[in-house]
Design a protein around this ligand. Structure first.
Ligand SMILES: Nc1ncnc2c1ncn2[C@@H]1O[C@H](COP(=O)(O)OP(=O)(O)OP(=O)(O)O)[C@@H](O)[C@H]1O
Ligand SMILES: [Mg+2]
Length: 190
């Protein structure tokens, strides 16, 4: 995978397939501390300890009886390439929380990519799931809670053209705002 947003998409889909009704996604870019981190937390079915071990390192097991996917191992590999890694907390019947940490400035760190489209895609594909999204970039933050948006929409579907167009634009604008250069006031010359 070339972009972190595609890893994120895979992890969000895992949560959706696990029957989550609420998925939280936190992306934190902290350039000062050289950290790029994301966490996906869900209230889905969870995994037991034994399964979790296999999920994280499918290449070290000789197990052939169970299909083990590549989503998590690929993410683990990408994070470790930058000197980071992943950690997963999971409880059967309660949910799962996965955090991936990358060194922000590492040459092998993939770019975030198109997170606006990723977020838009999952929100509109899984209308019955609520999403809390928090993207922090240094001191700034963009927060989106579909529970609040759904309340305002009062039953109008995200698949309605006007609503989906608005949502995509809203996400894109706020994402762009995060990275805008701060205007530096130069008092000396004013
Ligand atoms: N959030 C989660 N809650 C419960 N089970 C999970 C969660 N994430 C992953 N799993 C379990 O771990 C397995 C492996 O996940 P992984 O993303 O590595 O592969 P996959 O989703 O099966 O296949 P791929 O991602 O390659 O399409 C999943 O099939 C699922 O059984
Ligand atoms: Mg997967």
């Amino acid at each position: 995978m070339k972009e972190i947003s595609l890893h994120i998409l895979d992890i969000l889909q895992n949560s959706a397939h696990a029957g989550a009704t609420l998925i939280e996604l936190y992306i934190t870019e902290d350039t000062e501390n050289d950290v790029f981190e994301f966490t996906v937390k869900d209230n889905g079915c969870g995994m037991d300890e034994e399964f979790l071990k296999n999920v994280v390192s499918p290449f070290t097991t000789k197990r052939t009886t169970r299909k083990v996917g590549l989503g998590i191992p690929l993410l683990k590999h990408a994070a470790e390439l930058t000197g980071g890694g992943i950690s997963i907390d999971s409880k059967v019947g309660a949910g799962t929380s996965l955090t991936a940490r990358f060194s922000y400035s590492h040459i092998d760190r993939q770019p975030l990519g198109n997170i606006s489209d990723t977020l838009f895609t999952v929100i509109t594909s899984y209308e019955n799931i609520d999403f809390l999204y928090v993207h922090r970039y240094d001191g700034r933050e963009f927060r989106l809670d579909t529970r609040e948006i759904k309340q305002i929409l009062g039953g109008v579907s995200f698949s309605q053209t006007e609503v989906s167009a608005w949502l995509l634009e809203y996400i894109r604008e706020n994402e762009a705002e995060l990275y805008k250069k701060q205007e530096v006031k130069n008092e000396k010359f004013s």
